[in-house]
Design a protein around this ligand. Structure first.
Ligand SMILES: NC(=O)c1ccc[n+]([C@@H]2O[C@H](COP(=O)([O-])OP(=O)(O)OC[C@H]3O[C@@H](n4cnc5c(N)ncnc54)[C@H](OP(=O)(O)O)[C@@H]3O)[C@@H](O)[C@H]2O)c1
Length: 282
């Protein structure tokens, strides 16, 4: 199935659905016990049309990037969109340059399609961070850059220090987490409207509620799901993907989930369904 795409800042075309990799290969430390399972999961996603892979230097303390490298070996690099993130602890100039080179090395690639600041760091001047990002862009080591877990005010500050477009702000956002994320507040009330006014897309992290199906057991969701012959989780994901300038990167390991999420990218919700779902959370 062809995954719908959006073009951001008239410069980068991104598929609305990608695969997330948090907890593939460890959390803060490497866990190599299930490497084959995760490599296979990423490959299964690619075989079924996924092109965007989201990872970070922090995942498995670098090991997740190594797994991604193994998974993509047989693919032509230009067919893929690889996003990685520099930790908020590495936003000082030298640290950031070093982190980027380390990610490229672990991913065995000459460039990143998208490089995100994983979280803001108030101890490092944004000017310094952006000097490093601007250099990496000029050198072609990263094709585009973006943010993650940045408030509206923090995003506005970054805009002051670069002529390059901010492609995306990655935020915790799903049917039931709107303004009450663990890292960012006021996502729907403040950050999304600000980002959209600057043509910055939103990439929803934790888009499928970490797999929790209980909150989805509601008559309205069941009704919409039945109409589309979909699962309630597919409707939760489709709600995100039907929003303007919005992408989602579920972590999906099981083949069933991968196929279901790809199918969900093709579900078109009408205006009334979107409105009802918009109103479902507080
Ligand atoms: N920028 C940040 O600060 C930040 C923070 C957290 C996450 N992220 C990124 O966002 C990605 C997604 O977030 P997440 O991993 O925290 O949570 P998530 O994608 O909402 O949830 C992943 C869980 O949901 C299950 N799942 C996937 N599709 C499903 C479906 N259709 N039906 C039922 N269950 C389903 C998965 O199971 P299986 O694996 O068994 O298929 C997995 O257990 C991460 O992997 C990471 O790349 C970014």
């Amino acid at each position: 199935m062809n995954i719908p795409k959006i073009t951001i800042h008239e410069t980068l075309s991104l598929p609305k659905l990608g695969i997330g990799t948090w907890e593939m290969g460890g959390r803060q430390n490497p866990d190599k016990s299930e490497d084959n399972k995760f490599i296979r999961a990423i490959q299964f996603a690619l075989e079924n049309g996924i092109r965007l892979i989201d990872t970070a230097e922090m995942y498995g303390n670098g090991h997740t990037e190594e797994l991604v490298a193994k998974a993509i070996k047989t693919y032509e690099r230009e067919q893929l969109l690889i996003t990685s993130k520099v930790s908020g602890d590495h936003l000082a100039y030298q640290d950031l340059i070093k982190a980027a080179h380390n990610s490229l090395k672990r991913l065995e690639t000459a460039y990143l399609d998208l490089y995100l600041l994983h979280w803001p760091n108030p101890d490092v001047p944004v000017e310094e961070t952006m000097k490093a990002i601007n250099e990496l862009l000029e050198q072609g080591l990263i094709k585009h850059f973006g943010l993650s877990n940045f408030s509206a005010a923090q995003t506005a500050e970054v805009l002051k220090w670069t002529d390059a477009p901010i492609i995306t702000n990655q935020l915790e956002y799903n049917l039931f987490t709107r303004n009450n994320g663990r890292i960012t507040e006021d996502v729907e009330a403040s950050i999304i409207p600000f980002c959209h006014s600057k043509d910055i897309s939103i990439t929803a992290w934790r888009p499928v509620l970490k797999g929790a199906t209980n909150p989805l057991q509601q008559p309205l969701i069941n009704q919409i799901a039945a109409k589309h012959e979909a699962t309630p989780m597919q409707i939760a994901l489709a709600w995100l993907l039907n929003k303007p300038l919005t992408l989602a990167i579920p972590k999906m390991t099981s083949e069933k989930h991968i196929l279901e999420n790809i199918e969900a990218a093709g579900i078109e919700l009408d205006e009334q369904e979107m409105k009802l779902l918009d109103e479902i959370a507080d």
